[in-house]
Ligand binder design. Structure first.
Ligand SMILES: Cc1cc2nc3c(=O)[nH]c(=O)nc-3n(C[C@H](O)[C@H](O)[C@H](O)COP(=O)(O)OP(=O)(O)OC[C@H]3O[C@@H](n4cnc5c(N)ncnc54)[C@H](O)[C@@H]3O)c2cc1C
Length: 433
């Protein structure tokens, strides 16, 4: 009997799980369900547009999607068009690879004022995600503060700091490029609560900040440690390189370029200054005690008109699937949520790790899924297709996506790789050849 697996979510974790299942059991039928007509999750809508090399991982996923035993159910949202329970009734196993979607809030007074944006929303906007393409963020100066010290924060400051010419080889939507170009900020601040030795960005990402045409990266040398002591000794070498790079930024002249990026450490936001919209940000100076950032009592105000938070994400609840206490993933043990129900990727671990992290992790869960995969008595994709047809759902197939892909590429001229279609209506209209 044919065994059927449903994977919900077509990001890296979902595709790596499908690849791993096919490797060991090529006869299993896998249906991948995604709420968007476009596959690949954050590869399309999170990874910064000027990192096209990273986005190219879609080619690996495309190979999996072209298998005869694979079917794509795009524009189908679990929780809206079909429930987890209904999937379990039609599939031998259901794997949730839905990622995490909610921006964590700062939790300080004024964090809901107009002019405060989460990095999920802002990176979705500059990546043409249909949920965020209409965001119209007000990128107001004189400064913009980006809160966080991970790679997502670095991505955001980099995209906001680049010149249009530097983006020509990217697929950033025209509206985002125009909005960045039209805006009046000249100072960007990237704030970390702790010190340089605790930052979680990688050296390669940090180095790119030193190579921008329009923006000079600056660091106060007094914030750099004489001796680097990484939290985890395994990271000692990496942190030494990071501090060395920061030291080179501390020697840059502030007027070397028209825009300045200030990398500020020991800086914890305490209040967004309003009252009607962001007019400034009050920041507490911190010091490290036992590895934790503790306020010293000293504060200062940054003159910013826009704030972007890059401080983590939370999971979106799905009916009948309990969240972990952290709220950042589904409750699971090594990927298992319940009988025949599994989680992979960020839905399993919470928002940590790069694309490649999901490969091994999904393969481990795929092994467990296969070990427990039942006899194949359920209807699979045909049964799901019939249910969705009954409900009048507009399902987007992988061929439909290929048609969207073709139209996006055809609309671009060298060296721009594609002109993204960014609204749901236009994506649906572009389906089919
Ligand atoms: C802004 C940003 C930039 C990043 N940049 C990089 C980078 O440069 N390099 C790197 O290696 N890593 C990067 N990462 C990390 C990387 O994107 C993640 O490790 C990876 O995408 C996690 O994969 P996932 O499949 O778990 O989730 P996702 O990629 O989020 O995929 C989840 C999928 O599930 C779908 N979905 C959600 N809910 C439902 C539902 N209810 N029904 C149906 N479908 C649903 C979504 O549409 C999406 O397609 C970045 C992350 C972010 C947030």
């Amino acid at each position: 009997m044919t065994r059927h697996v449903a994977i919900v979510g077509s990001g890296p974790a979902g595709f790596y799980a499908a690849e791993a299942i096919f490797k060991k059991a090529p006869e299993v039928r896998i249906d991948m369900i995604d709420r968007l007509p476009t596959p690949y999750g954050l590869v399309r809508s999170g990874v910064a547009p000027d990192h096209q090399g990273t986005k190219n991982v879609w080619r690996v996923f495309d190979r999996t999607a072209r298998r005869d035993t694979f079917r794509y159910f795009g524009h189908v949202e679990v929780g809206r068009d079909v429930s987890v329970e209904e999937l379990l009734a039609r599939y031998d196993a259901v794997v949730l690879a839905v990622g995490v979607t909610v921006d964590r809030r700062l939790g300080i007074p004024g964090d809901d004022l107009p002019g405060v944006y989460g990095s999920r929303a802002l990176s979705g906007w500059y990546n043409g995600h249909p949920d965020f393409s209409g965001l119209e963020p007000e990128l107001r100066g004189p400064g913009i503060a980006v809160i966080g010290n991970g790679n997502v924060a670095v991505d955001v400051v980099r995209v906001l700091s680049r010149e249009p010419d530097e983006m020509i080889k990217t697929d950033i939507p025209r509206y985002a490029l125009d909005a960045i170009e039209r805006s009046d900020y000249s100072e960007l601040y990237m704030l970390g609560r702790r010190g340089p030795s605790q930052a979680s960005f990688t050296t390669a990402e940090l180095r790119e900040l030193g190579e921008m045409t329009r923006t000079v990266a600056l660091v106060d040398p007094a914030q750099l440690p004489e001796v680097v002591e990484a939290d985890d000794p395994k990271h000692q070498k990496k942190m030494e390189k990071i501090v060395e790079t920061l030291r080179s930024y501390s020697q840059n002249a502030p007027d070397a370029k028209p825009q300045r990026l200030h990398l500020r450490f020991f800086a914890s936001p305490v209040r967004v200054i309003g009252p009607d919209r962001v007019r400034g940000l009050e920041v507490a100076v911190t010091e490290l005690r036992d590895g934790r950032a503790v306020a010293t009592g000293e504060t200062y105000v940054l003159e910013v008109g826009t704030i972007v938070t890059a401080i983590g994400y939370g999971a979106t609840p799905l009916e009948g699937v309990p969240l972990a206490a952290s709220g950042t993933s589904f409750a699971n043990v090594d990927g298992k949520i319940a009988d025949r129900l599994w989680a992979v990727g960020w839905a399993k671990r919470g928002p940590s790790g790069v694309i490649a992290t999901n490969r091994g992790d999904s393969a481990e869960v795929a092994d467990r899924v296969l070990a427990e995969l039942s006899d194949g008595a359920r209807g699979g994709g045909d049964a799901l297709g019939a249910l969705l047809a009954e409900r009048g759902a507009r399902v987007v197939s992988y061929d439909d996506w290929l048609a969207i892909d073709e139209k996006e590429r055809a609309a671009a001229s060298e060296p721009t790789p594609r002109v993204k279609i960014t609204s749901m209506d236009a994506l649906l209209a572009a389906c089919g050849r």
